[in-house]
Design a protein around this ligand. Structure first.
Ligand code: COA
Length: 170
């Protein structure tokens, strides 16, 4: 029987993660820039840690929204990933991850990508279980929450439209 009790709300700051990676040869392609898949892996890890910190539960990635790589990231550059929980529904949480490229010789940073992932909180039997609500403390957190709420509505509408098109099948 899935659990229904919701733990006490937690501030956004509890979940925030900063992860720093150095781009090494195995992370790059034949052009000397990073594999998109490696960036996705790091995004997934940073996002999962944020969701885990918020819920103090096991979490699984349910989805990652469409994302765009804005600038190439080169061998020997530094990648900084910042992740925080933006929004909590019942058992699912949206985590936003901002990726920056840092040039070691100058310290300059460039926005490289932003990703939005949905993680689902699981109980000890591996069933979805309620996640703590978010305690929103700043205007930025409130704005991110509202935007995430809109993205969730869009995601669900998209999923339902596809399902209807396929005659109700997953
Ligand atoms: C994610 C998963 C646990 C959802 O299980 P489910 O039986 O569909 O559970 P429910 O229908 O009760 O949905 C649970 C929550 O997940 C959300 N969810 C389910 N599928 C989703 C999707 N594709 N994208 C975003 N959210 C999704 C639901 O909206 C719901 O959120 P809410 O409780 O906050 O309203 C299940 O699909 C799963 O285990 N998927 C594989 C996850 C995995 O292995 N990830 C690793 C990468 S492959």
């Amino acid at each position: 029987m899935p659990s229904t009790d919701r733990p006490a709300p937690r501030p956004v700051s509890v979940s925030c993660v900063e992860m720093t990676q150095l781009v090494l040869p195995p992370d790059t392609n034949q052009h000397g820039s990073i594999f998109g898949g490696r960036v996705l892996q790091w995004i997934d890890i940073a996002g999962a840690i944020a969701a885990q910190r918020h819920s103090r539960r096991k979490v699984v990635t349910a989805s990652m929204d469409e994302m765009h790589f804005l600038v190439p990231i080169k061998l020997a550059e530094v990648v900084i990933l910042r992740a925080c929980v933006n929004f909590v529904s019942r058992t699912s949480m949206e985590v936003g991850v901002r990726v920056e490229r840092e040039v070691p010789s100058t310290g300059e940073r460039f926005h490289a990508a932003t990703a939005y992932l949905t993680f689902v909180c699981l109980d000890d039997d591996g069933k979805p279980t309620p996640a703590p609500l978010l305690e929103l403390q700043t205007d930025l957190e409130r704005r991110r929450f509202r935007e995430a709420e809109m993205r969730r509505a869009t995601r669900l509408a998209h999923r339902d439209a596809l399902k209807a098109l396929r005659g109700g099948e997953g």
